[in-house]
Design a protein around this ligand. Structure first.
Ligand SMILES: [Mg+2]
Length: 282
């Protein structure tokens, strides 16, 4: 039987419940508090190649497709110079190919060791589903990495209706293709009825480039970059300072809202809905 267009689809402004889908990132957003898995794998990778990198250098391009991420690190002047000193020439495409091949087993190891859901995720997802909001996801991880991670998330009760990886599209973040493919898989439009949620500047770029509302998690993600136990071990002032700095970077990237993490998302979506009713658009 053919179905006609719903009222919500005929006109955006007629929509009673504007936000109909949320697209979540994975590491640092729904699991792996602090997004440590990629950092540890990247630091091991570069140490093995004789060119150790700092956690900050590993975190800079976080959220990008992992091959692009490694290329971005190789392009850092400090890394390129030290690479040349150790290997006799500036990094070449063949070096990137070799590093990416070596990266996969390292990343598979660390991501399965860091697969615990971030506190509050299941409650957040439950609240969204009660509101009839669909759940999708995109990631800088490849299909192979997600094949290892998805069952571990599922076993803890988290299974989004759509999972799009960099392997499914021509280019990862900041390009909007994963988010757009995810919208298509969920069957949700207009794009202004969707909110992209992530923990990196690349996530914010992806959401904005896709024409979606964009919310960033500051406390549990890459921009703060600590496991919750490490964070709580810091003096309160230091915790606040790091959180402010993470919030500032995500705000500067253009997030519509920056919040601490999953527990605040349902209220943040209500704020966006109010803004939309007042005529704001992403
Ligand atoms: Mg992330």
């Amino acid at each position: 039987m053919l179905r006609g267009m719903s009222a919500a689809h005929r006109s955006e402004s007629n929509s009673v419940s504007p936000l109909r889908a949320v697209i979540f990132d994975w590491a640092g957003t729904v699991l792996d508090f602090g997004s440590l898995a990629p950092v540890r794998a990247l630091q091991t990778l570069f140490a093995q190649a004789g060119v150790p990198i700092s956690a900050a250098q590993a975190r800079g391009p976080m959220g990008r497709a992992k091959r692009d991420h490694i290329a971005d690190i190789l392009a850092l002047p400090d890394v390129a110079e030290r690479w040349q000193a150790v290997h006799g020439s500036l990094p070449r495409t063949a070096d990137l190919d070799r590093l990416f091949a070596e990266f996969l087993p390292l990343q598979l190891q660390t991501l399965t060791a860091r697969a615990t859901l971030i506190p509050g995720v299941l409650e957040m997802i439950g609240t969204l589903r009660e509101r009839g909001i669909q759940i999708g996801s995109t990631t800088g991880y490849t299909a192979e990495m997600m094949a290892a991670l998805r069952p571990l998330a599922r076993a803890q009760g988290y299974e989004p209706a759509a999972v799009v990886t960099v392997s499914d599209v021509k280019a990862g973040r900041p390009a909007p293709w994963m988010a757009l493919r995810c919208a298509e898989q969920l069957g949700v439009w207009p794009l202004s009825a969707i909110c992209k949620v992530g923990d990196t500047v690349a996530d914010v770029d992806e959401g904005r480039n896709a024409g979606m509302w964009t919310i960033a998690f500051a406390r549990c993600g890459n921009e703060l970059g600590l496991d919750e136990s490490e964070l709580l071990a810091l003096p309160a002032e230091e915790q606040q300072a790091r959180l402010s700095e993470a919030r500032r970077r995500l705000q500067q990237a253009g997030a519509h809202l920056v919040i601490d993490g999953p527990a605040e998302l349902p209220a943040a979506l209500e704020t966006l809905e109010l803004r939309r009713r007042r005529g704001d658009r992403p």
